[in-house]
Ligand binder design. Structure first.
Ligand SMILES: NC(=O)CC[C@H](N)C(=O)O
Length: 426
């Protein structure tokens, strides 16, 4: 169900923080959909009413990673897995390390607006857990709704006496630039001693994307989503465009700046999810809103082309969280080709620059960094950083008149080979 919606609590119970944070959800709550349906359940987490866009995820694990993924901003996340919360929530602070991003989960706090869980675990067990899902939600002021009506403590249907909001009152997430709300306001650097300089345009980057780059040795400069990279591009060996919340049409400013980058700069560019949509828009493809987005950790995608660790004809199982996609068109804009296609709904899962274009650009709709989900495509980060490194070395060596191609080759191989991905199992 993708309708805009509202989680509503009876007015008299708003402010009952002690109850809302308790292990046993007993207060009634209602999920109203703009399409007219209302679902009654019990409240957990913060005792307040919120508007949001209702989306569902079929993921079985990693509720903590999903809920801290900035791409879920403004959304009421419905878990189709019935039991959520049974391994609790860990302390979200990583050891102080200049190479890391400072958090264990995907951002500093809960990003989704609310959660819907069939059966929220009242007890949790995990060696790293420090609190329950309900207490975590309560601390971040995020309401949750679970189970059926609390018939033992409250007359069934009492919540229904609260009127559903009028259709026009519902919030329209595509009217807001959610990316601008979450993106860094100032550039910052991770792993400054890294040997390749990668700029990240931050549309709401998941921490594991930044980790995946710095762990491969890159110095990463995270920039605001609409930063004019063209002003500083000569200082960088590669450009990365992150995931992010909301409608990509809100980010045309970034797509137009990228269009210029792609026309005038031929170093490696890689984008994930929102970043992939922005690359597509810059390339001349249309982005559209899907009837059913893909959210889950077992989305199969078929590779249509080989590149680095990715082999054409293989199916990779991927982690996904998106509502928009690039439109498949035939022919593709000149210089571009489809890279992956979704095996379930045939949506575009990746695009790349053609070999003939002389560019090195890749975009994927899925999440190679997982967190949560499978690691089938994690080596795409290795490919990207290795490509940045190879281009950097090639350029450095190209400018040395004394070194011809024959001498360059072993130097390059030494730098690149240890980073080559292990073969993906057939
Ligand atoms: N995870 C993402 O980057 C999602 C991109 C975009 N907000 C969408 O829903 O399609």
């Amino acid at each position: 169900m993708l309708a805009r919606s509202l989680i509503r609590l009876p007015r008299i119970y708003r402010g009952f923080a002690t109850h809302a944070g308790s292990a046993k959800p007993t207060l009634p709550a209602v999920l109203h959909l703009k399409t007219g349906q209302s679902f009654t359940g019990r409240s957990f987490g913060a005792p307040r009413s919120i508007y949001g866009e209702t989306v569902f995820s079929t993921s079985i694990t990693s509720y903590t990673e999903s809920m801290t993924d900035p791409s879920y901003r403004g959304q009421i996340l419905v878990f189709t897995t019935p039991l959520i919360g049974n391994y609790g929530v860990p302390k979200n602070k990583a050891p102080n390390d200049a190479r890391d991003v400072g958090v264990v989960l995907e951002s500093a706090g809960i990003q989704c607006a609310g959660v819907v869980v069939a059966d929220v675990a009242e007890k949790y067990s995990h060696y790293l857990a420090v609190e329950s899902l309900a207490s975590w939600c309560n601390r971040y002021n995020v309401p949750g709704i679970t189970g059926g009506p609390p018939s033992d403590v409250w007359p069934c249907g009492a919540d229904a006496s609260q009127p559903a909001p009028a259709a026009h009152a519902y919030w329209d997430p595509s009217a807001e630039n959610l990316v601008d709300q979450i993106s860094t306001k100032e550039p910052y650097v991770l792993n400054p001693t890294g040997d390749v300089q990668i700029a990240v345009l931050d549309f709401g980057a998941k921490a594991n994307i930044l980790r995946s780059l710095v762990r491969r040795g890159a110095a990463v400069t995270v920039m605001p989503w609409n930063y004019d990279f063209n002003r500083v591009r000569d200082e960088y060996d590669g450009l990365f465009l992150s995931n992010g919340p909301g409608d990509p049409q809100q980010c045309w400013d970034a797509a137009l700046k990228l269009r210029r980058t792609l026309a005038e700069w031929s170093k490696p560019v890689f984008g994930i999810c929102m970043g992939h949509q922005i690359i597509g828009m810059a390339a001349g493809l249309d982005a559209y809103r899907m009837t059913f987005g893909n959210r889950g950790h077992n989305q199969p995608v078929l590779a249509l082309a080989s590149s680095g660790s990715i082999k054409a004809g293989r199916v990779y199982v991927t982690s996904q969280n998106h509502q928009y996609a690039l439109k498949l068109q035939d022919p593709f804009p000149q210089g571009w080709e489809p890279f992956f296609i979704n095996c379930n709904d045939s949506s575009v899962e990746g695009i790349k620059s053609t070999a003939a274009s002389g560019k090195r650009v890749w975009g994927v709709q899925f999440h190679p960094e997982s967190a949560g989900g499978p690691l089938d495509t994690i080596e795409m980060f290795t490919d990207f950083v290795a490509e940045c490194r190879a281009v950097k070395l090639q350029r450095g060596l190209d400018t040395e008149d004394t070194m011809g191609a024959a001498k360059v080759e072993p130097v390059l191989r030494k730098a690149v080979l240890p980073l080559r991905p292990v073969a993906v199992a057939a």
